[in-house]
Design a protein around this ligand. Structure first.
Ligand SMILES: Cc1cc2nc3c(=O)[nH]c(=O)nc-3n(C[C@H](O)[C@H](O)[C@H](O)COP(=O)(O)O)c2cc1C
Length: 133
């Protein structure tokens, strides 16, 4: 089984691409070691992350992420066991929003390879966030 967590959080301040790259590089290095994979989207205001792998590793990493002062108000949207990975080829795929794109559109674009029900679930969360913005 694969354990997966989806959360959103608010960035403490606007992060430059270089700052996001620092987060991504560190995440990729640690996640590779811990056998974790996933997706991280930053929309200029919030982070949206999908993190999957062995349960204990996911929990350990999430505890570190929660304590990170670069963001706050981390809300877990979904946390459960699933039968397979959705982002197996990425230790942490990072994506910049295209100009004019919102979170909903970005998630739609990035989840085309996922199981349809997972893609729909992620789009649903992103839709709620986009309209709450
Ligand atoms: C939005 C966000 C997402 C992050 N995602 C991950 C992640 O997937 N894996 C990870 O190891 N660290 C992630 N981090 C970084 C951790 O909070 C923490 O800084 C890092 O894991 C510490 O690693 P170190 O103990 O090797 O220095 C993330 C940080 C932020 C702000």
């Amino acid at each position: 089984m694969v354990y997966r967590v989806i959360y959103i959080s608010s960035s403490r301040r606007v992060q430059s691409n270089a700052e996001i790259d620092v987060i991504l590089r560190k995440s990729q290095e640690n996640n590779h070691r811990a056998g974790l994979t996933g997706l991280l989207i930053y929309d200029g205001k919030r982070f949206f992350q999908y993190l999957e792998g062995e349960e204990a590793q996911v929990r350990r990493t999430l505890a570190r992420i929660r304590a990170d002062e670069r963001h706050y108000a981390l809300v877990v949207l979904s946390e459960k066991e699933t039968d397979r990975r959705q982002f197996g080829q990425w230790s942490m795929a990072g994506h910049y929003m295209s100009p004019g794109e919102n979170l909903e559109q970005c998630v739609e674009r990035l989840t085309t390879g996922c199981d349809p029900h997972v893609a729909a679930e992620l789009r649903g969360f992103a839709t709620v966030r986009t309209h709450a913005a």
